[in-house]
Ligand binder design. Structure first.
Ligand code: PLP
Length: 372
């Protein structure tokens, strides 16, 4: 059988998320309904023909997506099935045997596994705690990027920490990648779910020639069930990606294509993202209050996303703690190793019902207290 690393987090979630009483492993927000998004127009969807959509998505949809990326047009955009297919198609297109991927950690490890699968190796560089924020470890980035590096992949805003790179850090990533002629692949699926202020996190799009952005409706837009994702890239690369898309899923789903076109219209997008920001801003204090009262855990406040990465004191491996929480308390969290770091930490999602969150956290507290 062809070898590929187990994508442990996805495997764990797909096995257990629906079997536990409190699933705090989810990284999105309470999903939107069609009626909430479309209002009175929801009925029009019943008339939508369920034929094959265009492979790359409707022109109108791609143009709507492009409005979120300064300088992009419809020809820079292709739609696909989820942010995960976007990442798969991009890394499949860019990496060949002999190539190395430089990959930010902690992170959603899809890229890490794909780098090893399509290329020869994945080298990691870290975010590290610096005062009250997560900072890019520049020295580690310099070490990870060599003449063999074909792609530098970042997740910004970051999963699992909710950290956002500063302008200077983004420029540093670009400079280091450009020095060796590498592409930058920025997974920006949490962009738009900011915890403070009105501005969305900056995009990598438009900062250098060799930049690809992957994203979709699953996280900041609160519509993971649509399986809507997209890629923003130079048109020549979009054509190469399309060649691979013909081998995977051919097209987005007709419904996703249509709804993505509506959701990304600037006035609708603002409404959808305002809803998400309302949820994360209301719920973060629940998590912070619990953590403050319990002690034993600490976290740097996320800048964007409905996720927090909690370091804890009791001397137990993250994987073992997560297993205990699942088996003894029926709570699902994601241990640090599933983000590529071995340390005493785990991720919780706080984008769902606050009462549900509170109860799930209480159960985590029971175990942590017992552990001392
Ligand atoms: C950083 C990141 N990229 C991509 C995905 C996958 O997104 P989708 O559900 O749209 O395939 C996830 C899901 O957790 C994610 O965290």
């Amino acid at each position: 059988m062809a070898r590929i690393d187990l994508f442990e987090m996805e495997r764990m979630q797909s096995l257990y998320w629906h079997r536990v009483e409190y699933d705090l492993s989810e990284s999105g927000v309470v999903p939107m309904t069609l009626r909430e998004l479309l209002g009175a127009d929801a009925d029009a969807l019943l008339e939508a023909p369920l034929g094959y959509p265009l492979s790359e998505g409707a022109e109108e949809t791609r143009a709507a997506v492009a409005t979120w990326y300064p300088g992009a047009t419809a020809e820079h955009v292709t739609l696909c099935n989820g942010g995960s297919e976007a990442n798969l198609l991009v890394l499949w297109t860019l990496l060949e045997p002999g190539d190395r991927l430089a990959f930010m950690v902690p992170n959603y490890l899809q890229g890490w596994g794909l780098g090893r699968h399509f290329g020869t190796a994945t080298d990691t560089f870290g975010l590290r705690r610096e005062g009250d924020r997560w900072a890019l470890d520049l020295e580690a980035l310099e070490r990870a990027v060599t003449a063999r590096t074909k792609v530098v992949m970042v997740c910004n805003p970051n999963n699992p920490t909710g950290a956002v790179l500063t302008e200077a850090e983004m420029e540093a990533v670009i400079e280091v990648a450009e020095r060796v002629g590498a592409w930058i692949v920025a997974d920006e699926i949490y962009r738009g779910a900011e915890l403070e202020g009105e501005a969305v996190s900056p995009t990598f799009w438009g900062r250098a020639e060799r930049v690809v952005v992957t994203s979709g409706l699953s996280k900041a837009f609160g519509m993971p069930g649509l399986r809507s994702g997209w890629i923003v890239a130079p048109p020549e690369l979009i054509r190469e990606i399309w060649v691979r898309h013909d081998y995977t899923t051919l097209t987005p789903s007709a419904i996703s294509d249509r709804i993505t076109g509506v959701a990304l219209r600037p006035e609708v997008r603002e409404r959808v993202l305002a809803r998400t920001r309302g949820i994360v801003r209301a719920n973060l204090p629940v998590l912070a209050g619990w953590a403050g009262e319990l002690g034993r855990v600490s976290f740097l406040p996320p800048v964007a996303g409905a996720i927090a990465y909690l370091a804890y004191d009791p001397p137990i491996e993250a994987r073992d703690l997560a297993e205990r929480l699942r088996l003894e308390q029926s709570v699902l969290v994601v241990p640090a190793d599933m983000f590529g770091v071995r340390e005493r930490a785990f991720r919780v999602g706080f984008g769902y019902d606050p009462e549900y969150l509170r109860k799930g956290l209480e159960r985590i507290g029971l175990v942590l207290r017992e552990l001392g």
